[in-house]
Design a protein around this ligand. Sequence first.
Ligand code: BES
Ligand code: MN
Ligand code: ZN
Length: 485
Amino acid sequence: MTITFTTARRAPATAHVVAHGVTTEGLEDGSGLPEGIDADLLGRLGFEAKAEQVQVLPSGKRLVALVGLGDAEDISTTTVRRSAAGVARAAGKHRFLACDLAAASGLDAADATQAVVEGIGLAAYRFGYTSKKAERGIERVSLVGSTAAGVRSAVERGEAVVEGVSLARDLVNEPGGRLTAPEFANRVRRMARAKGITVKVLDEAAIKRARLGGLLGVNRGSTRPPRFVELDYRPKGRAKGTIALVGKGITFDAGGLSIKSGQGMMDMKMDMGGAAAVVGAFSALPTLAPDCRVRGFLPMTDNMLGGDATRPGDVLTIRNGKTIEVLNTDAEGRLVLADALSLASEAKPDAIVDLATLTGACMVALGPKIAGLMGRNDGFLDQVEAASERSGERVWHLPLPGDYRRMVDSSVADMKNIGGSYGGALTAGIILGEFVADGIPWAHLDIAGPAFTDSEDAETAKGGTGFGVRLLLELVAAFEAPEGD
Ligand code: BES
Ligand code: MN
Ligand code: ZN
């Protein structure tokens, strides 16, 4: 169910729930409270206007929802997005919501409005194959405050972001037995055609001709053929540089012959979360209309253990000619990304960013909500960190120590596909770096933690989170070709 957002100067009388943003200052002096609501009574209910705190009260035939925004000086778009998500959850089964959060935040009206649309739209996301009919929820939202043209286009941008993140979540949530590589590629092609984005799908024969040895090696244990999808968005005017987005698209990771445990495999339909984030971001590009060219490179296969699967000890030759000794078939993401990064490098973009659910080690280091950021070229990594800040999708910069390269030295190939017992996120990053052509600024995001969740939090639902879509959109919107390193 998609939600219809409109703008209005005042809350419509027919709204079922009217939400008011309240700062701690507005609560203290009463100036932030709607008429007829008593500050002392609110205090006794425990409402302190802390960020994301929601208090619902009956008022005549409708409900008033007071939504905390915290101290005025600390409010960011992340506060607004998360608080708006809280409102959507509190509104429950009510269909028509009025909400003045953007105006109450004191932030730029367009930025805050986009954050409200994102928070409400994403909190309302649902996925499932249950046989009973889904319950109805919010259908209409009246955004109370400014109705200026700039605010209305912010609503459209917010809607495009919600659509992109929801698409990424849908792809991640789709079971591995349904979303095979050919099916994944078909869905991407359908999205691209609907949005006027150029798309090219390489089938198995084309992948062989292109000598994508990593992708073919991982696919060897599967009964389904691989796919490699390329996307290309060009801005209307002259492009202010080109950025390449690469995403790991393992539609199910059983581990290959180095098979995972039952527990370890349980959520492995999510192992294409990197590719899904790239696809979700592309779907929003025509609406957001950044002025740089954006290219996408997506290797797709499952990692199974059929009779002719890649064996530990096998050596694969990657697109760029380098060889990898596969000692653990469960370290497959780097093998398919090696081909994708080689192809992305051949396109000579001004920068490359890859997203991958790459290592359990990164989850050990940073937990379930923060992505590991690695790469080359500080100026570009700064742009990624700034995009992370604006999107509310958190990253933490990890090193790629030069002297760790020898941890992946092989006696029979240019490298092996695993390092030692420690620093697994870094050795994975070091292997990827071997396939990015010298001089191209590159950022690697290990999203193994934040791509999937088993708990609801603000705008995030259980399952696929769509992590990375918003960060990528912020990154391309502000992209400046970095200085060489
Ligand atoms: N897809 C997994 C990483 C992963 C684990 C993502 C848990 C999300 C949650 C990846 O292909 C993998 O299996 N990595 C191995 C690498 C190891 C064999 C060097 C890992 O992290 O254990
Ligand atoms: Mn694996
Ligand atoms: Zn994997």
